[in-house]
Design a protein around this ligand. Structure first.
Ligand SMILES: *Cc1c(COP(=O)(O)O)cnc(C)c1O
Length: 411
């Protein structure tokens, strides 16, 4: 049998990979190993009264974000929960969230007996559309949770203005946004509370972990108490004032985070510059449209580099198959979320257990067309560790896409 000889063969069909670089994550060296080993040998692993490394990291992170206070906790879901509780939400209150985000942004709203209200994203940024936010406000709305998706700043001036006029709290979900900026201010420092995750995929990580930052002393005191089993400063160990839980992190996590924080700025600068460069390279490829960066997004940290894919420029190749080919060429990538959050069985089946969601709430009736399109056939994500590569790596990402386009359109 004679094989159809083409000029090039995709890696998925046994050809050479376009991208040869391996992109490691997490990044650490022997001094990090030593620092954690030192904590282990010290025997001072956690509470009570050996939490000085945790406090040190909290102060470092608050200073980095430009906020007065920071409270660490076990993950970036609990941090949202602490923020919601501290904001004083009551059962049945409405919280505005985007549908294109990780489940925790909405499921933590259920955990505090409140109603997630899904508001569609902007097609150019995949962030909450402020006009849609304002249109969704009712007399029961208490909080807006803008997610700085992928590390790209939301339109915070518009969101803060809406919040002020309607007397709402703003919790920034900055789980993707360590070190990213809006008009030169760190994301997470603009709303009432900023919430971060240190889970292993995130741009700053200790495997698991989370943090809330704030400038509001009352919110700070409440979140610190909730994190520490409802204890309050100046009282006895077995005095409990608030309905909190033990959400504390260990000294081993804290020392690792302190050391990783020293790398964060350099890494963010690299991702930011690579993102700008990749925008230029990919804008020239038919059918590939990078998301838009407004001038106010002064620093993007590219937890994800996202572009939208138009199969018609790729001979009708479905996005799933395009991404399989791109991954085989050596670009760490994915199609992202398969559905907007309201389509998850949790919401469709209203499997809310004892939570105070009114009967009238029906997630089967929710439709956010932009999020639907992003999930169904548009979005392609390149992961943050690949954005730490060189300029040549960015060129090879673009070349991998061009190669796929050539092969599938000549067939
Ligand atoms: C990762 C993530 C969270 C939750 O963080 P965990 O530490 O995994 O609990 C919350 N929101 C967004 C947008 C995330 O990506």
């Amino acid at each position: 049998m004679e094989k159809n000889i083409t000029l090039e063969t995709l890696a998925i069909d046994g050809g050479d990979r376009t991208v040869q670089t391996h992109f490691p994550w997490p990044i650490y060296d022997e001094t990090d190993v030593q620092a954690v080993a030192d904590v282990v040998r010290s025997g001072r692993w956690g509470n009570p009264d050996c939490g000085d490394l945790v406090e040190t990291f909290e102060q470092e992170f608050a200073a980095y974000c430009g906020t007065k206070y920071a409270v660490s906790c076990v993950n970036g879901s609990v941090s949202l929960r602490l923020a919601l509780m501290a904001c004083g939400v009551r059962p049945g209150d409405e919280v505005i969230v985007p549908p294109y985000t990780f489940i925790a942004t909405a499921s933590t709203v259920l955990e505090v007996n409140c109603v997630p209200v899904f508001v569609d994203i902007d097609p150019d940024t995949y962030n909450l559309d402020p006009k849609a936010v304002e249109a969704a406000i009712t007399e029961r709305t208490k909080v807006i949770i803008p997610v700085h998706f992928a590390g790209l700043a939301c339109d915070m001036d518009a969101i803060m203005d809406i919040a002020r006029r309607h007397k709402l709290r703003v919790i920034e979900d900055a789980a993707h946004a360590h070190g990213a900026e809006y008009k030169g201010r760190k994301l997470g420092s603009i709303g009432d509370v900023g919430s971060f995750s240190f889970q292993s995929s995130k741009n700053l990580t200790s495997g698991e972990g989370g943090m809330v930052v704030t400038n509001d002393e009352n919110l700070y005191r409440t979140m610190a108490s909730l994190r520490n089993v409802g204890r309050m400063e100046g009282h006895q160990w077995y005095d409990h004032f608030n309905p909190g839980c033990n959400y504390r992190i260990t000294q081993m996590q804290a020392v690792l985070l302190s050391r990783q924080l020293n790398r964060l700025d350099d890494q963010t600068v690299i991702r930011n510059e690579n993102g700008l460069y990749l925008n230029k390279l990919l804008s020239n490829i038919d059918g590939i449209l990078p998301l838009t960066r407004s001038p106010e997004a002064t620093r993007h940290c590219y937890h994800l580099y996202i572009f939208s894919y138009d199969s018609s420029a790729f001979g009708g190749l479905p996005r799933q198959e395009f991404v399989a080919r791109l991954a085989a060429e050596g670009v760490p990538c994915s199609t992202g979320y398969p559905h907007p959050l309201y389509k998850q069985p949790l919401f469709q089946n209203k499997n809310f257990m004892c939570y105070a969601i009114p009967e009238s709430v029906d997630y089967a009736a929710v439709n956010c067309p932009v999020a639907e399109r992003a999930c169904r056939d548009e979005a392609v994500w390149i992961f943050q560790h690949a954005m730490l590569g060189s300029r040549e790596d960015m060129q090879s990402f673009a070349e991998a896409i061009r190669k796929i386009q050539r092969v599938v359109t000549q067939a």
